[in-house]
Design a binder for this molecule. Structure first.
Ligand code: TEU
Length: 557
């Protein structure tokens, strides 16, 4: 069997630095905190970590509004801390990926301040436009188009200094770069090179669908109004979401991604060492998403685009066939030679056990680990952390604050998925020595925390460790897959490889007990031995399954 490059089978763990571990008692996670807990990744069996942005930022969008792309944010530490983190992680065999946010910069960045002042070289760094001509002499200034920000309101903001509008597809303080300007592209290479030279192993690429907008040159000199998703429709609640035509998924943006890949391949070639990688982020339909892979062989685009299908297309309402269909859809559409990946949560969406059901944690972690390709874990999924409760008074997420009010904020808020990690049952769940943390610690931390799960005979964390060990089996890394629903409730995933063990996963996603005929599962020879089972399962690892039937409880794997 040919060994596979590290990133093709890795377990990739997303750290949300603000909520991972606080080393200095200010209630905010930091790099020293991450350094102090690197052993957690080794214990768990994780191969690579990526950190949400750690760069200098006014924190309007908690780091996704970067004011200096070459500096570490002071609340998180110093450049020395980052270098130490990298060195220690590498010593432990862990890869470290950074979050690269190319679509926008903070309005406090030098780029923006210079651009707003029309300094030569920076004048066209962002998307600037005049107001619509006031043909009827109303005296009211109107933005260039009806485009809407993802966080609500117009995507255009007036600058008194420059006497023009600038585009922001996210918060007002997140100004959209103009990717039609070669100087912007050049600067992006400088930023990438800076962090690669420090030793970063790759990047998660943020918000790529929004990189390029319609060119006024193609629309009689003006920014075209969006027919479906304009501000008026949005504000009258005709649509609770947007389907932008001129600001998202534009075909030109893929060329920018392919150029980054070329740049990275060249860097890899010149510098040697382990492969540095690009994982792209974007919510889009499957056709547009697959374009990030590039062509057949998956060798010209992102190493892979994150697969958000478990977040966007499956929930506690889904039956076994829904699961099978959604999993196969990715595997079917993926270009030949592409590497799949599976994401169950992140800092933008409700946590996995909350979107699905609490009894499904082990089943979901099992499919994540036993499907082919890369398994992605969002901080907390290894112990089954659920959404925390965050009151309106404690809410800090810019999206919730902009779009919501005391009655509706919970529909938008991303705070519940961002509450601090539960290390143990001490003060602030062991996240901080302070009782006051930037977001409240979820109330269930006494029940759900890492220390307890290490002690308990059976736990989500122990299952997580066992599953990662199982992943190392050649059948899982190199084998074939077969997946099919046996009933409304239960589907099987068979992984097989000639002359190696066969592994069969049976997962009852329904709320009811379900009995299936094991004779219908291909490649399954009886008796079979249990390797991993849900914490609420009566079957224990090592138990024999004889058949001919198997009864699974609700959510049991
Ligand atoms: O999110 C990009 C994105 O597509 C958003 O629309 C996301 O779906 C939304 O925030 C969900 O409410 C990335 C980051 O992951 C997110 O945290 C940032 O706020 C956003 O980019 C802007 O940088």
């Amino acid at each position: 069997l040919l060994p596979l490059d590290w990133w093709k089978t890795c377990v990739l763990y997303q750290i949300y630095p603000r909520s991972f571990k606080d080393s200095d008692g200010d209630g905010i996670g930091d790099l020293k905190g991450i350094i102090s807990e690197l052993q957690h990744f080794v214990d768990a069996g994780v191969d690579a970590i990526w950190m949400s942005p750690i760069f200098e930022s006014p924190m309007v969008d908690f780091g996704y509004d970067i004011s200096n792309f070459y500096e570490i944010h002071y609340e998180y530490g110093t450049m020395e801390d980052f270098e130490e983190l990298l060195e220690k992680a590498h010593e432990l065999g862990l890869k470290v990926l950074l979050d690269f946010v190319p679509n926008h910069a903070s309005n406090e960045s030098e780029y923006f301040i210079k651009s707003e002042a029309r300094e030569p070289g920076f004048e066209d760094f962002f998307v600037w436009a005049d107001p619509l001509p006031d043909t009827e002499n109303t005296g009211v200034r109107r933005p260039p188009s009806n485009w809407v920000s993802q966080f609500g309101g117009s995507a255009w903001e007036w600058s008194d200094i420059r006497q023009q509008y600038y585009l922001h597809q996210f918060a007002i303080q997140q100004v959209d770069f103009d990717f039609r300007n070669p100087a912007v592209k050049e600067e992006m290479y400088n930023i990438l090179r800076f962090w690669l030279d420090k030793g970063a192993d790759g990047f998660r690429l943020d918000a790529l669908p929004y990189l390029i907008e319609a060119d006024p040159a193609d629309h009689e000199g003006r920014y075209p109004d969006d027919p479906l998703s304009g501000l008026a429709q949005f504000e009258s609640h005709q649509l609770g979401y947007t389907i932008p035509l001129y600001t998202k998924d534009l075909i030109e943006l893929y060329d920018v991604v392919y150029e980054w890949r070329e740049f990275l391949d060249r860097y890899n070639e010149e510098h040697g060492g382990d492969t540095r990688v690009l994982f792209s982020e974007g919510y889009a339909n499957v056709t547009m998403t697959m374009l990030y892979y590039g062509n057949e062989d998956g060798a010209i685009g992102a190493h892979f685009p994150f697969n958000f299908d478990f977040i966007t297309d499956l929930s506690s309402e889904s039956n076994a066939r829904d699961f099978v269909y959604i999993i196969l859809r990715w595997l079917t559409y993926m270009p030949y030679g592409g590497i799949p990946n599976w994401v169950f949560g992140n800092h933008d969406n409700n946590r996995m056990p909350t979107r699905f059901r609490h009894d499904m944690v082990d089943g979901l972690n099992s499919i994540n680990m036993l499907l082919p390709g890369v398994a992605v874990t969002y901080q907390g999924e290894e112990i089954g952390m659920r959404d925390g409760y965050v009151s309106w008074e404690d809410t800090v997420d810019v999206e919730a604050c902009n779009r919501g009010d005391p009655d509706t904020y919970h529909l938008y808020s991303r705070d519940p998925a961002r509450t601090p990690f539960h290390w143990d049952n001490s003060t602030s769940a062991g996240f901080s020595t302070s009782e006051r943390t930037w977001l409240p610690v979820a109330e269930d931390y006494q029940e759900i925390n890492l220390a307890k799960q290490k002690e308990d005979a059976r736990s989500h964390f122990k299952n997580y460790q066992d599953l990662i060990k199982l992943r190392k089996e050649p059948t899982i890394s190199h084998g074939e897959y077969d997946i099919r629903a046996l009933s409304d409730g239960t589907f099987y995933l068979v992984r097989s490889l000639p002359t190696h063990n066969t592994y069969v996963l049976l997962f009852n996603v329904s709320e009811r007990r379900d009995t299936v005929e094991l004779g219908r599962v291909p490649h399954l020879t009886l008796p079979a031995t249990v390797e991993v089972s849900s914490v609420h399962s009566a079957r224990l690892p090592g138990n024999q399954i004889t058949g001919p039937q198997l009864t699974l409880e609700a959510g049991e794997v």
